[in-house]
Ligand binder design. Structure first.
Ligand code: GLU
Length: 443
């Protein structure tokens, strides 16, 4: 059976770095197995779901290069949910309840006060048809719970966490549908996973206890449960779940000039025993993806590490990879000269402006002005003018080290530091280089 994974975001907001990681890992898992990666929009919550978020989620996945092989929408599946719901109700696996939130809270308090786990007591199971009719006559609609099978422990082999076991006697029968008829996430998700042929559910460990409940739902629906894997959550630099991470999405990354490939390279391996490396080749990330390398400890997302990786990936990016995002006229030789100095691609345009001019040079003292006049005089053009110029200046003036190089860099680029002058000078060109030296010298 070929592998099918899915990414199932709720379109109630933009994707944040944690969702992006889940999407990526599902994509990698499917691609590694030559399977399919599906996108499912979990939009059962009509009030909070927004079409603009659906579009934003898709745009983000496209930006990350995480194409999907099929798309479903929960809001298009209500008829299916109703059918399955009716079947489960007929089989006695879901039942009507009427307790208010306050009543449930009171029951919880009583149980906790007695030192017992706060499990729903299934009082509603004892209601007769006459009781139900009475509620209906009063205009009170029921909410519905899924009846757990309390006889057998729930067990599965988790792709990250290993063997998992839950005693159903310690779990409450989950509410699957509200009194207004709206769906809670859990049952529709299990129905869809069956319908979509999902073989592997990979998600955050905040879903572990949902999985225990959903495994029983799969069985009640007559389907073998998929394989499950729950990855440790991402934490911020301070070592806890931060608000910042919860709102850090692709817009923020784009704004800071983070390449999607850098984010992907980091998130593919963060929290695993494999080293985070500047791997631009997606095939390499796919090939090395392995749930067995995932750790149980929270994965620490460090923005400085992302920036370092981003720079490292730009430093090795070929001209072809970036050409269409470079300023007009900037050729391969310029890219190769400039890329070692970039923290992000946006800076390429700044360096290109340094090459094409005009530049601001600042002030030079008397000695440097004389020195720069000498440089303008000694400049002899060739394919590789920098070593010749500096050798001639060294001989002529006796300057060396910083005194030799720094005024030249300042005069030629207006900057204190930057790309290798040997690579930069040919790009500036003879006439412009001479003009800049002369201007700096005050000639
Ligand atoms: N829509 C659910 C969520 O975003 C999906 C969880 C799952 O992957 O099953 O939490």
């Amino acid at each position: 059976m070929s592998v099918v994974t899915r990414f199932a975001p709720s379109p109630t907001g933009r994707l944040h770095v944690g969702n992006i990681r889940t999407a990526l890992h599902n994509w990698l898992l499917a691609h590694k197995a030559g399977g399919r990666f599906l996108l499912r929009i979990d939009d059962t919550d009509a009030e909070r779901s927004r079409e603009e978020y659906v579009e934003a989620i898709k745009a983000d996945l496209a930006w990350l290069g995480l194409g999907w092989d099929g798309e479903e929408r929960q809001s298009a599946c209500f008829a299916l949910y109703q059918r399955k719901f009716d079947e489960l109700a007929a089989a006695g696996r879901i039942y009507r309840c009427y307790e208010t939130a306050q009543e449930l809270e009171l029951k919880r308090k009583v149980l906790l006060g007695r030192g017992l786990p706060p499990i729903y007591d299934r009082a509603a199971l004892a209601l007769t048809e006459a009781d139900h009719a009475e509620f209906a006559a009063k205009g009170v609609a029921p909410h519905w719970r899924f009846l757990l099978d309390r006889e057998v422990p729930i067990e599965w082999h988790d792709g990250v966490r290993g063997h998992q076991r839950f005693e159903p006697a310690t779990l409450s029968d989950p509410v699957v549908r509200r009194a207004d008829g709206s769906w809670l996430y859990m049952l529709p998700s299990a129905i869809d996973d069956i319908e979509m042929g999902v073989t592997d559910v990979l998600r955050g460990e905040d879903h572990v206890s949902n999985t225990a409940l959903q495994i029983q739902m799969f069985t009640a629906l007559g389907a073998p449960p998929p394989r499950f894997a729950h990855e440790a959550l991402l934490v911020g630099n301070e070592g806890k779940l931060s608000k910042r991470l919860g709102s850090l999405g692709s817009d923020a990354f784009r704004e800071r000039g983070i390449e999607p490939a850098a984010l992907v390279a980091l998130l593919a391996r963060l929290g695993t025993s494999q080293p985070v490396e500047p791997i631009a080749d997606r095939a390499v990330l796919v090939e090395s993806f392995d749930l067995a390398t995932f750790g149980r400890a929270p994965a620490r997302f460090d923005e400085t590490e992302l920036e370092r990786l981003n720079a490292a990936m730009l430093h090795q990016a070929s001209y072809a990879e970036v050409a269409e995002r470079l300023p007009a006229g900037m050729g391969e030789d310029a890219w190769l000269a400039i890329r070692p100095n970039l923290a992000n691609l946006g800076e390429a345009a700044e360096w290109w402006r340094v090459v094409t001019g005009p530049i601001e040079q600042g002030e030079f003292d008397e000695a440097d002005r004389t020195y720069l006049a000498e440089a303008a005089r000694l400049l002899v053009w060739s394919d590789d003018p920098w070593p010749a110029l500096t050798a001639a200046l060294k001989q002529e003036t006796g300057r060396k080290g910083r005194d030799l190089f720094h005024p030249l860099r300042l005069a030629l680029t207006g900057k204190d530091s930057g790309p290798d002058m040997k690579a930069l000078l040919p790009l500036i060109g003879e006439a412009e280089a001479r003009a800049r030296l002369e201007r700096a010298s005050g000639l």
